[in-house]
Design a binder for this molecule. Structure first.
Ligand code: HEC
Ligand code: HEC
Length: 203
């Protein structure tokens, strides 16, 4: 009996240590290699998208779940962007997960425990339930906005409002915003520290 118990224990240990279980979380080392081609834009501080000109978003420190959701949006067309569509269209689910694990692990955006909704401008009060008064997402399926480029946040909000980015939740919330609200909200979240970072190529 004793040897059966030992055998069982070693099976359990083998299952726990099995590499495919870690891979379900995304393999950041593989992701780092796949992300090499992304660094020409996401790895350069303040790099701009041309026509229309706006900053390429910071992705380091964003949650892995949200990164997969965003890449899936470019792949399926709920988000429109030519280059991002071409990249995402060729990615498998595993590629997305691995790249997401790499970017998510590059920086950690700590929550600021003492911030309440009162700190946010009036137009952003309704947003903090998901994106946090400190700009740090309350669930990993939501994007963190802290430290993100203001012009990119504005661009995204216009896209949800005008319908070129399709998301049932964000279309509703952005649909109620006036242009001046969008400017104020973007300034607020982009100014929060600590925040997202420009990705760093792995040496
Ligand atoms: C030519 C420049 C360029 C390259 C190369 C590029 N991206 Fe992007 N990426 C952008 C731009 C610009 C956006 C914002 C598009 C928009 O307006 O929706 C973006 C958006 C994203 C987003 C969404 C960020 C957010 O906050 O929602 C993710 C995730 C992302 N890219 C990952 C990648 C990955 C992974 C690669 C490599 C496989 C890659 N990108 C390659 C320019 C680039
Ligand atoms: C119920 C939760 C919820 C609320 C409330 C909410 N959002 Fe969002 N937000 C989301 C989700 C989910 C996404 C990702 C949608 C997608 O897949 O494109 C998102 C995406 C965004 C993005 C794009 C970020 C990026 O990196 O591309 C911005 C900017 C944003 N929200 C701002 C706001 C603002 C401003 C408000 C308030 C007026 C708001 N949100 C209210 C859930 C929410």
């Amino acid at each position: 009996m004793r040897s059966r118990a030992l055998a069982l224990a070693s099976i359990v240990a083998a299952v726990i240590n099995h590499p495919t279980i870690a891979a379900a979380e995304g393999d950041a080392a593989r992701g780092a290699k796949l992300a090499y081609t992304c660094m020409g834009c996401h790895g350069i501080a303040n790099y701009k998208n041309p026509y229309p000109t706006y900053s390429v978003p910071k992705v380091a420190g964003q949650s892995a779940e949200y990164i997969v959701i965003a890449l899936t949006g470019y792949k399926t067309g709920t988000r429109g962007h030519g280059t991002m569509h071409s990249h995402a269209a060729t990615m498998s689910d595993a590629d997305m997960k691995d790249i997401a694990a790499f970017f998510a692990g590059e920086a950690k955006v700590e929550r600021k425990p003492n911030m309440t909704a009162a700190a946010a401008p009036k137009a952003a009060q309704v947003c903090v339930a998901c994106h946090g008064a400190d700009g740090v997402a309350l669930l990993p399926i939501y994007p963190t906005l802290a430290g993100q480029h203001a012009d990119y946040l504005e661009r995204a909000l216009h896209e949800y409002r005008e319908g070129s980015r399709k998301d049932p939740v964000m279309s509703t919330f952005a649909g109620q915003l006036k242009d001046e609200d969008i400017g104020v909200i973007a300034q607020y979240f982009s100014g929060l520290e600590p925040g997202l970072a420009t990705a760093k190529p792995k040496q």
